[in-house]
Design a protein around this ligand. Structure first.
Ligand code: 13P
Length: 336
């Protein structure tokens, strides 16, 4: 019998666990590899992800689900073992990124619209057969002097809702990711501006999800934290970020949503951990809060691996350390 959507969502939100986002597109992984002078080859992508998935301690104790790309979902480790089998051994639910990326929106506002709805119903059917329990679609919301525009927020929210209902139809839990970007250009916005935009975006997203008939108890939200832009003079404290983020979420995210798993969005590893822990120290929230980090889980592991299989062990130790710190933060138990 297939598990209910809510049961999968609950399992992804297992207390003290979170999600590993390892779904970098070919373009994104190429950028990450270029930083450590590695070419973007199929073998290196496989090795890198094998290193992560074979981190048995981290995957068993701290990770509930891993978001993969289409390539990785069907890929095998160097010894021929399917990645999906490796994940099954540690009881990690495989997820799949299904959007096709964010492309320039018509006009000159500098905004992006996420594509990938064409043929999505058929693709989801196949991902479900391959064992994907959940999926991810990322919408990118830009802040600049004229953005975000209402048109862009609506277009992205509408696409998220169409994606989410198709996932549920296929028995896959949609992770709904509207990211208000903080580390892009010009990045000079204040914490308050991010709070207002994030609130507006979440309001619009949930309106569209309801219109599409999405069952809120069978999805997860993957939002940005409320932060000032990377180039802003506004430098809020960890407590400011935690308080303002929880406040905005409380105002705009229905209690029926079974969980919230944040993206790290270019924060340093330690900032991402500190913010999550501080939010979890705030009482009486209607939903559990955990991580669904890409960079904040992988930065050190990627550099330690450096393209060499003989570095698997130290790289796995680095990944395990970050996963453990974030697992503590998911329980509100990490302290500097
Ligand atoms: P970061 O944590 O690196 O922002 O990535 C999370 C993610 O999945 C973005 O779509």
């Amino acid at each position: 019998m297939t598990k209910s959507l809510n049961a999968i969502a609950q399992k992804l939100m297992t207390p003290g666990k979170g999600i590993l986002a390892a779904d970098e597109s070919e373009n994104t992984i190429a950028k990450r590899f270029a930083k450590i002078n590695l070419p973007n080859s199929l073998d290196l992508r496989r090795d890198y992800r094998e290193m992560l998935f074979r981190s048995t301690e981290a995957m068993t104790n701290y990770i509930s689900g891993a978001i993969l790309t289409e390539e990785t979902l069907e890929q095998r480790a160097a010894d021929g073992t399917e990645f999906r089998a490796i994940m099954a051994e540690t009881d990690v639910i495989p997820g799949i990124k299904v959007d096709r990326g964010a492309f320039p929106m018509p006009g000159d506002s500098g905004e992006k619209i996420t594509e990938g709805l064409d043929g999505l119903r058929q693709r989801l059917e196949r991902y479900a057969q391959l064992g994907a329990g959940f999926a991810k679609w990322r919408a990118v919301i830009t802040i600049n002097d004229i953005a975000p525009t209402r048109n862009n927020i609506r277009a992205n929210a509408h696409a998220l809702a169409r994606y989410a209902i198709l996932c549920q139809e296929a028995g896959i839990v949609p992770v709904v990711e509207p990211e208000v970007v903080g580390d892009g250009e010009p990045g000079n916005h204040s914490l308050e501006r991010c709070a207002n935009v994030t609130g507006d975006v979440l309001e619009t997203v949930f309106k569209e999800l309801r219109l599409s008939g999405v069952d809120l108890s069978g999805m997860l939200l993957k939002p940005n934290m409320v932060l000032s832009g990377v180039n802003s003079r506004d430098r809020p404290t960890v407590e400011d970020v935690a308080r303002r983020t929880v406040q905005v979420l409380r105002e705009h995210v229905p209690a029926a949503v079974p969980g919230i798993a944040f993206l790290s969005g270019g924060q340093t590893d330690e900032e991402a951990t500190a913010h999550l822990s501080a939010m979890n120290q705030i009482d009486n929230k209607p939903w559990p809060l955990t991580f669904s980090y890409g960079r904040a889980l992988q930065n050190v592991a990627l550099r330690t691996w450096a393209g060499r299989r003989e570095n698997f062990e130290p790289a796995q130790l680095a990944f395990t350390h970050r996963a453990k710190m974030n697992a503590l933060a998911a329980l509100g138990k990490w302290r500097p």
